[in-house]
Design a binder for this molecule. Structure first.
Ligand SMILES: [Zn+2]
Length: 439
């Protein structure tokens, strides 16, 4: 809704001709609220709008300033004031406020103010004259006179604008003088202008508030913030970033939106918000998560001794292979199968060959940290084997001989016992070597 003032005036004019008057309140958002007002005789309404009455005038506050507007103007909930006249002269007046955006506070304000000239008069034929009407304290005042040529709205808009000293708000008073029923309202404007004054209490309050905000700002800016470290260890969990920061000012609350994911080997940036009484300061801290812990290999024995010829699985010497974060690693047969989260054993031995054999266990965690642990297998020499012979023993005399001994040929067959065994075995079993053949 653009030409809303013109729309407002159109409604005023149309309804003003009939016996029914309407009170029209127009908001900045373009919404029209029309509420019937009881009929009154037009003659009764013919009072001058610029009959200022300090006892009854409405006080409009903007920034640290106030102005007074005629008491019979209406105010709606949106802070827009409307004044209108019945009878021969129709006058509409509005005060409204606009928050100032960047770049609007210069000398050009009102002169080229799109809020007025584009939004309210964009398509309508009109001419603009404007003047700088001066400065009161730190408030800049401009006035524009806009002649509208549109048929049903022919007349002149008078716009009085005040740019407040704290540069946050422009206040406007807009009045309309229909072309066919000219009405000199300059006295009204003069009265309103003269009513402009600084609200010293508000100004002081504003100054104190600004000082307070500045103090808060300074405390926030000067607060010393210390981070425990920016290097973090890989772990299977998240870390509350608030545990890493401390602040010299105990009244400052600190929040952080994100947690630190210690599972992620990466640089992670945390935005901290320091807050003190509504003011905020942001601090960015980048943490680097690194896995500096190798897998841990635990062996049952550092050295293993095997009897000659013993079969043994070197993998059975592994107690455990695990990473502090990744957990147990998986055994693979060889280096060819090795990848992250696995371990393998390098080395081999021959159980039929005495000697010392070296084995290496190689482990790799999820982040390619590796560790190695060695152990040895000692294969014992082949034990001495006593030679065996074939003997002929005499079961009667309990002597034993080599088979070619002369005594054997003289031995009764019933006493002969042929046995193949070691010499010691014969002795251990109660036999005596022959004194001739010396077995
Ligand atoms: Zn013999």
């Amino acid at each position: 809704m653009k030409k809303w003032i013109i729309g407002l005036l159109a409604v005023c004019m149309l309804t003003g001709c009939g016996s029914q008057r309407e009170k029209i309140i127009k908001s900045c958002t373009g919404k029209i609220d029309t509420t019937p007002v009881p009929t009154e005789t037009p003659e009764v309404q013919k009072e001058e709008i610029h009959d200022f009455d300090p006892l009854h005038n409405q006080v409009v506050t903007f920034g640290e300033y106030t102005i007074e507007v005629p008491a019979d103007w209406q105010k709606n909930d949106n802070g827009v004031w409307c004044g209108m006249r019945d009878g021969e002269n129709w006058i509409a007046a509005v005060t409204m406020f606009k928050e100032i955006e960047d770049g609007e506070t210069g000398e050009e304000f009102l002169k080229e103010d799109p809020f007025i000239f584009e939004n309210l008069f964009d398509d309508s034929p009109h001419t603009i004259e404007w003047e700088n009407t001066g400065t009161v304290n730190d408030i800049l005042i401009r006035r524009a006179r806009i002649t509208s040529g549109e048929e049903e709205n022919e007349g002149t808009f008078y716009i009085q604008a005040f740019l407040t000293g704290d540069s946050s708000q422009i206040a406007y008073i807009i009045l309309f003088e229909p072309a066919d029923t000219p009405y000199d309202y300059s006295e009204d404007i003069q009265d309103i202008m003269e009513s402009l004054k600084m609200d010293t209490a508000t100004a002081e309050q504003s100054r104190l508030e600004q000082q307070r905000m500045q103090d808060i700002r300074n405390r926030l800016d000067n607060a010393e913030v210390v981070f425990e470290t920016d290097q973090l260890e890989y772990a299977d969990k998240t870390l509350d970033p608030l545990k890493m920061i401390s602040c010299s000012d105990p009244d400052i609350t600190i929040t952080a939106q994100t947690k630190i994911n210690l599972r992620k080997i990466d640089k992670q940036t945390v935005i901290y918000v320091l807050e003190l009484e509504g003011e905020q300061r942001e601090i960015t801290q980048t943490y680097e998560v690194a896995d500096t812990k190798e897998p841990v290999i635990k062996l049952k024995k550092k050295n293993i001794t095997l009897d000659y010829g013993t079969d043994y699985d070197p993998a059975s010497n592994i107690e455990s292979v695990s990473d502090p974060v990744d957990g147990d690693l998986t055994f693979v047969e060889s280096e060819d199968e090795a990848k992250i989260c696995t371990y393998y054993i390098e080395g081999s031995y021959d159980p039929k060959r005495a000697g010392s054999y070296e084995f290496s266990v190689h482990a790799m965690d999820a982040n390619t940290n590796v560790s190695t642990k060695k152990f040895t297998i000692q294969v014992e020499p082949e034990p001495y084997a006593e030679p065996t012979y074939t003997y002929i023993a005499n079961k009667n005399t309990r002597k034993f001989h080599y088979p070619d001994c002369r005594s054997v040929s003289r031995m009764k067959n019933s006493n002969k016992w042929e046995v193949t065994t070691t010499r010691q075995w014969m002795i251990d079993n109660g036999y005596t070597p022959c004194g001739n053949c010396h077995p």
